[in-house]
Each structure stands twice: as C-alpha cells, then as structure tokens.
Design a protein. Structure first.
Length: 288
C-alpha cells in the first residue's frame, strides 16, 4: 500500500495485476480510469476497484499532480464474488464516489501509519482495517445523499479557465465572465463553494504550477515566474516564500534528487507516515 502523487500527464498501463487493488483519490481531477467497460472520469473524490487479470489504464490529470492512496490485497471471498463475468457480479462498481463523512480515507491513512511504525501486532491491525475499508466501500449507496456534491457548472468553468490562463495576467473580472455570472455574484458563490476568494485560488494555482516547473524544468526563477503569469520576479519570490516557507531556489534544491523529479509535490502540512512511499504488509506467500 502507499500514498503517492504523480506528475501531471502521467499514464499508467495498459496493465493487469495478479491481486485486487483499491485506489482512493482524495480530490476530483481530470484523471481517467479506463477498462473494457469504458472510461471513468475521476472528477470527484472516490475509489477505484480493480480485479485480478482485468486490463486497465490510468490517464492522470494533464495539468495538476494527482494524489492517490492505494492498497493491493488478496481475499478468497472476493475471488468468488468478483472474478467472474461482469454481468454476473452483483452490486459491483468500478468507480465509487466517496462522501465527505466516509471512514475510508482515515482508515487507509491509519493502515499506512501502522505499516510505517510497525507496532506490536501491526500486520493483524492493518488487515482488520483493510476489512473495514472493504466493508465501507461495499456499503456505499448509489443515491445522491451519499455522493459528494458536484461543483456548480459556472464554478467548474471558471476553474478550468484559470488553469488554461496561468501563463498570462488575467483579472477576476475575466474569470467571472468565463463563468457566465456577474463579478459580484461569482465572487460570492466562489467563496461559498471553495472556501477562499478567487484571487487566493488563482495565486495558489500559479504557485503550484511554479513548483512543478522548479522541479521539472531547466529554467531560471525569473523565467518560471513569467511562465506562471507573474510580471514581477520579486513579487513572485515574496509570494512563494510567504506561502511555502522557503525560497523558490531552496525549493528546487530540496527536490533536486533524481528520485524526487519523478514525483509530484503533495500539499499536506502534517502526516503520520512518509508520503510518496509504499509499504509491504504481507507478501502473497506469507500464510500469516
């Protein structure tokens, strides 16, 4: 199991696996999960469940890092229930939307914490937590009451417009116009749904793009500042240090290791286990 983030535009597959895999996506992105039953847009927080031997592929968000928590496991009862033609499976969902009150995220993180610390009985505890995760996954209701609410279409259009225009100076008036709402109504609704003003959301998106360029691109700090829509290199540097706690150059140096260049930055202030790592609890030959 593990908790990782992949670079924008990464593709995994086409592949098959020998065991079961459950993957939790904590945020909606433009990532797509593809199997023979068609593509599934992973546009809301949710879980993907893949059976052994089933060809599948992930096409991750082309513009933002995609974080996901995953666990591979073997379970005889699931072999009987799911390893048969799809039309014979009851209540099977390849992609399940996860509501905000679900226990799945906290149980997965607790499993990773236990696997990292390895206290007494940690393998048994991890296995019990996995059973809880699977019970929660199977209990997800299809109705709207258990589904995460979608953002209003105007907010989604505005967010897409922000992403497409990060390379240049844009105003909140422009972003509001892309949504179809008036400036005042857009700002009010944006704060209601996103929890922050559009100006702050735009700044954060510029800085996240800058982080990726600092790790991946052989460009100067000044060039990167311009690439993400800043006309003043010094203002970019001040904003980066204020929000990230380090200068852009320090950020680049910290992630200069070749290993880190294959990973994307995970924005989380505190975690009980190392991020961008994976752990092995039991291998398939272990009878415990």
């Amino acid at each position: 199991m593990g908790d990782i983030a992949v670079k924008p535009g990464s593709v995994l597959g086409m592949r098959t696996i020998d065991d079961f895999e459950l993957v939790y996506f904590p945020a909606g992105t433009r990532s797509v999960y593809e199997i023979d039953r068609g593509p599934f847009a992973l546009d809301r927080p949710g879980v993907v469940f893949t059976c052994p031997g089933e060809p599948h592929r992930y096409r991750f968000d082309p513009s933002l890092p995609t974080r996901h928590l995953f666990v591979h496991f073997e379970f005889a009862a699931f072999r009987e229930a799911f390893c048969r033609p799809y039309h014979d499976r009851e209540h099977f969902r390849d992609w399940s939307v996860i509501a905000g009150g679900s226990l799945i995220p906290s149980m997965l993180k607790q499993m990773l914490k236990i696997a990292h610390i390895k206290p007494a009985g940690w393998q048994r505890r991890a296995s019990v937590l996995l059973m809880g995760v699977l019970e929660e996954w199977q209990a997800i209701e299809e109705d709207e009451s258990m589904s995460a609410a979608s953002l209003p279409a105007p907010i989604m259009r505005a967010m897409d417009y922000m992403e497409q225009q990060l390379h240049r100076q844009i105003t909140i008036e422009e972003i509001a116009a892309s949504s179809g709402w008036t400036h005042e109504h857009f700002t009010r609704m944006f704060v209601r749904w996103m929890g922050i003003p559009p100006q702050k959301a735009l700044l954060e998106r510029r800085l996240r793009r800058a982080e990726q360029l600092l790790i991946q691109a052989e460009r100067t700090i000044k060039q990167i500042a311009y690439d993400v829509g800043f006309t003043d290199e010094h203002y970019f540097s001040r904003m980066f240090k204020r929000t990230r706690g380090m200068t852009a150059l320090e950020f680049r140096d910290r992630f200069a290791d070749p290993l880190f260049r294959h990973l994307a930055v995970i924005e989380e202030e505190e975690a009980a286990y190392p991020l961008n790592r994976h752990f092995v609890v039991l291998d398939h030959g272990d009878s415990r």
